[in-house]
Ligand binder design. Structure first.
Ligand code: GLU
Ligand code: MG
Length: 431
């Protein structure tokens, strides 16, 4: 990371300390550059109540969290500090939370990813992950009006938003984010960017940074970006597909899939998938997206290059070494990426430890199968599966696990009587 003097030379005046709460909302504190070193050493105050904040800024509670008492210290991780291209004068750093005694906070979401990465390393394993980002570009209005016209995947869209899309690429590149591709997607005004795979902590950081960069560039162009699962009910939504591979001694366990250890890892993820939805599809809006025939992965099965199953095995192009991976399609970008990638690692490790057998793959559209296994179709059902999942409880630790359950139940309750249009409208510009 550049030193304070270099940051000042690059025009930085303020540093953003970025934290993602249990509801998946990016909350922040900032310090002037002159206070950065102090913030690194001592942290800045942040209430533990954010662990049980909801997407509308109300709070819920668990037996340990949610009161007005207590304070934590938020410390920026300088290894990931970047100078923001879309917000001149600002640098950004993901931050970790500590107790006032200097211990890592037990319910810290980023700390959870770190723990799962260390747990894998103790078994001689590492994971490479990437989260695809889909978003809808709208005009700067509360209703969603697509900012461009033209067919899905079509050149017309890029012509109309040519400068905008270029500025997204420039900003991400200047921030050291490795973009693999950017393209117009299916839904009106929808685009997608794919990012190179890296370790889970880095991929979660990238995911937060990429979304906030797209948001900032959109704003500078007088546009509005939505990463919500659906911007309009009943239409194709925004996914947050996760690509994942597991490595031991420099070898990709997904090579030779499914009759390799990668098959055990995939079986672990498949077995925990209904519960994982409470982490990766955490809002009522998630279930408006997660329906058949929208390539959202609504079925609890796997296939080779199948875009309708929740798990799509990607063998990789012949000759491209190490490219085999598993794409988990059912998740969206309302997820806290730290919780999601940590939980996926926990599920994969569980599959590997138990040498869990992988069921037969599905070919074609699962809708045509007589007994195609649907994933939970409501947030309530996903939370029930999560609340009963002892593997995830042990991995997250009770404090964080209970916070996830409480936040999800409260989000479900908040929209109990809402129709799909109301759900979509309420979350459209929050995520
Ligand atoms: N937009 C789809 C979703 O909701 C995904 C389309 C694709 O396969 O990239 O996940
Ligand atoms: Mg896509």
């Amino acid at each position: 990371m550049p030193g304070v003097l270099q940051l000042r030379e690059r025009g930085v005046r303020g540093v953003i300390l970025s934290y993602v709460d249990t509801a998946g909302i990016n909350r922040i504190k900032t310090v002037p550059l002159s206070r950065l070193e102090h913030a690194v050493q001592w942290g800045v105050g942040i209430s533990p109540v954010f662990d049980v904040f909801l997407a509308d800024d109300s709070t819920t509670s668990t037996d340990r969290l949610g009161g007005p008492d207590g304070d934590l210290r938020l410390r920026p991780d300088l290894d990931r500090l970047v100078v923001l291209a879309g917000q001149p004068g600002w640098a950004w750093a993901p931050a970790d939370r500590f107790t006032q005694e200097g211990e890592p906070w037990i319910a810290d979401q980023r700390g959870f990813t770190r723990r799962m990465v260390s747990r894998a390393a103790a078994e001689g394993l590492s994971f490479r992950t990437a989260i695809e980002v889909e978003w809808a570009v709208g005009r700067d209005e509360d209703d969603f009006v697509a900012a461009c016209r033209g067919p899905a995947y079509g050149m017309t869209r890029l012509v109309e938003l040519s400068d905008y899309a270029r500025d997204v690429l420039i900003a991400l590149e200047e921030q050291g984010v490795q973009v693999e591709q950017l393209h117009p997607e299916y839904a009106a005004g929808q685009f997608e960017v794919s990012i190179a795979a890296t370790d889970p902590l880095g991929a979660a950081d990238d995911n937060v940074l990429v979304r906030q960069t797209i948001r900032a560039v959109s704003h500078r162009h007088g546009l509005r970006a939505s990463f919500a699962p659906v911007v309009l009910a009943g239409r194709v939504g925004n996914g947050g597909h996760v690509h994942l591979s597991a490595w031991r001694d420099g070898a990709n366990l997904f090579t030779g899939f499914p009759s390799s250890a990668g098959g055990f890892a995939a079986a672990g993820i498949l077995a925990h998938l209904p519960a994982l939805l409470a982490v990766g599809a955490p809002t009522p809006a998630s279930y408006l997206r997660l329906v058949p025939s929208r390539w959202a992965g609504a079925f609890a099965c796997w296939g080779v290059e199948t875009r309708e199953t929740a798990l799509r095995f990607v063998p990789g192009t012949a000759g491209l070494a190490g490219a085999a991976n598993l794409e988990v399609k059912c998740f969206d970008l309302t997820a806290n990426p730290y919780l999601l990638l940590g939980a996926l690692v926990a599920a994969a490790l569980d599959g590997l430890a138990g040498r869990r057998p992988l069921p037969e793959p599905v070919a074609g559209d699962p809708t045509n199968l007589p007994d195609a296994p649907r994933l939970p179709t409501t947030l309530d059902a996903a939370v029930d599966a999560f609340a009963a999942d002892e593997t995830l409880r042990e991995a997250l630790g009770t404090t964080l696990f209970d916070a996830v359950v409480a936040v999800r139940r409260a989000e479900a309750a908040r929209f109990r009587d809402a129709d799909p249009e109301e759900v979509a409208a309420a979350l459209r510009w929050v995520y």
